[in-house]
Ligand binder design. Structure first.
Ligand code: NAP
Length: 259
């Protein structure tokens, strides 16, 4: 299917690895020129080089912390007029409700709520003026079914989801869509970190921890960054213009709900 977005310009935040990289690669395959971002320069440059060589699109790599205002300015400055924005950042650490201080909450809110909101506020005026735009926020299945040990993530992503619910309806008349993709368990470094923690807590190997988690998913496996990226590229396509303010689960059926 031709996604109809060849030649458009996208910012994909936190995209040297994992789900962000999956989104960047799928957009590049559709002919979209990219500004990619991550803190670690080496992995970011390697990912950018591979995309240029595989898909022949223009890729600008900006090594910066997207949760830092100066980092966001660097990314936005490199991008200029932006047609597509994918927001993403690392997820907060696990724990229990009594672990987290005000500072921990502020860090999580900054990374997973206020940073995507600031990025949206920066690109929305231009998108609305030009009458076309696509924004996809990478959130989490925890918005639909909170994960007890990820209380920081549950809190921040619920706030972002509320903002998108209202804002997406305000900008839709200008041809701009905002939707959230909610990953369930995907095979990325983030999943490795969570599996290592579970293995340590339960006194089992990481492979066993992985098998136990996969067994709880109806698809009986973790998702891939490629599958995730393809869904993201569709949401950014010409064909998705009537999808507004949706929260779309990609979880192999893990959350047993019709809502
Ligand atoms: P990942 O494999 O750890 O990759 C994270 C990417 O983001 C890396 O490229 C990392 O590069 C970059 N990054 C992290 N913090 C950043 C920052 N402050 N500024 C700029 N770049 C940053 O993680 P993932 O699995 O793709 O997860 C992406 C998001 O989805 C996370 O918020 C995660 O909590 C959420 N999620 C993931 C899963 C899953 O199963 N994988 C499930 C639900 C939700 P640098 O470290 O070099 O900056």
């Amino acid at each position: 299917m031709d996604l109809g977005i060849s030649g458009k310009r996208a910012i994909v935040c936190a995209s040297s690895k994992g789900l962000g990289l999956g989104c960047a690669r799928a957009l590049a395959e559709a002919g979209v020129n990219l500004v990619m971002n991550a803190r670690g320069e080496e992995a970011l440059e390697a990912a950018a080089r591979a995309i240029r060589s595989d898909f022949g699109v223009t890729v600008t790599a900006v090594a910066a912390d997207i949760t830092d205002p100066a980092g966001r300015d660097a990314v936005l400055g490199a991008a200029g007029a932006t047609d597509i924005l994918v927001t993403n950042a690392g997820g907060p650490p696990p724990g229990i409700w009594s672990d987290w201080s005000r500072d921990d909450f502020i860090r999580a809110l900054d990374a997973n709520m206020l940073t995507p909101i600031a990025m949206m506020q920066a690109v929305l005026p231009g998108m609305m003026e030009r009458g076309w735009g696509r924004i996809v926020n990478i959130t989490s299945q925890s918005v639909k079914a909170p994960i007890p040990q990820l209380g920081l993530s549950n809190s921040a992503r619920a706030g972002l989801t509320g903002f998108v619910g209202g804002t997406s309806r305000q900008v839709a008349p200008s041809g701009v869509t905002i939707n959230n993709l909610q990953p369930g368990i995907h095979a990325t470094e983030r999943a490795d970190v969570l599996d290592s923690g579970a293995a340590k807590a339960q006194g089992i190997s990481i492979e066993e921890a992985r098998e136990r988690r996969a067994a709880m998913i109806p698809a009986r496996r973790y998702g891939t960054a490629e599958e995730f990226g393809a869904a993201c590229a569709f949401l950014c396509s010409q064909h998705a213009g009537f999808m507004v303010g949706q929260n779309i689960l990609l979880d192999g059926g893990a959350i047993n709900s019709t809502m």
